[in-house]
Design a protein around this ligand. Structure first.
Ligand code: FAD
Length: 172
């Protein structure tokens, strides 16, 4: 068993192994264990949540707890809408749910609210989890706090606008 913190195997090697297993060239026990998958998601540096079809949270990883301020046990069974600041236009949510209904992912920015009430800009991707029969069985949410990057971008844009204004106002 691989211990937490130990480096994961090279992904290209894993891909080769799964292909060989699919072709019957390698025994199935060479597949990654469920534990490795769990630890990879648990320690992923992106806030990850898995929900039922109504967006009720069934699982949230460590980064989710870190970004939102909610402990895992506080969010289990709660709807993802606890993160909503209720200022995002309804159209954005309709687009999100529309894509999921088509079994397609949706990506965009939402204004989220942490447990302590503070706001952050979430770069969110949601995707359907589809089973072997082609049915959507769960939803996967992945987001990161991009407030700082957004503020930096705004600052750069403001400075650019200011420099342009100064240049335009300068006598030829
Ligand atoms: P809602 O009652 O959710 O309604 C908003 C719109 O969505 C309506 O048009 C409604 O018809 C539609 N809708 C809602 N539920 C369903 C459904 N089960 N099937 C089809 N259509 C539906 N929201 C955030 O604000 N921040 C997040 O970080 C976030 N992460 C999410 C992660 C995942 C995996 C999923 C599936 C959803 C996530 N959402 C997130 C969306 C969230 O579930 C809510 O839809 C949203 O927060 C709006 O909540 P509301 O109570 O204001 O409105």
């Amino acid at each position: 068993m691989r211990k937490v913190g130990q480096p994961l195997p090279d992904p290209s090697g894993l891909l080769m192994a799964s292909k060989k297993i699919a072709q019957g060239l390698l025994p199935e026990q060479d597949l990654l264990s469920e534990e490795v998958f769990f630890q990879a998601v648990e320690h992923c540096p992106v806030a990850i949540s898995i929900t039922d079809l109504k967006a009720n949270i069934l699982y949230a990883n460590r980064m989710f707890t870190q970004v939102t301020g909610y402990a895992m046990e506080e969010v289990i069974g709660k709807n993802e809408s606890i993160l909503s600041n209720h200022t995002t236009p309804r159209l954005a949510y309709q687009a999100l749910w529309g894509r999921l209904a088509q079994q397609k992912p949706w990506a965009g920015m939402l204004l989220n609210r942490r447990k302590d009430g503070s706001l952050y800009l979430a770069e969110l991707t949601v995707a359907p989890v589809i089973n072997d029969k082609g049915e959507t069985v769960n939803y996967l949410g992945m987001h990161r706090d991009c407030t700082e990057i957004h503020q930096l971008e705004q600052r750069v844009l403001n400075q650019k606008a200011m420099i342009e204004a100064v240049i335009n106002a300068a006598p030829e």
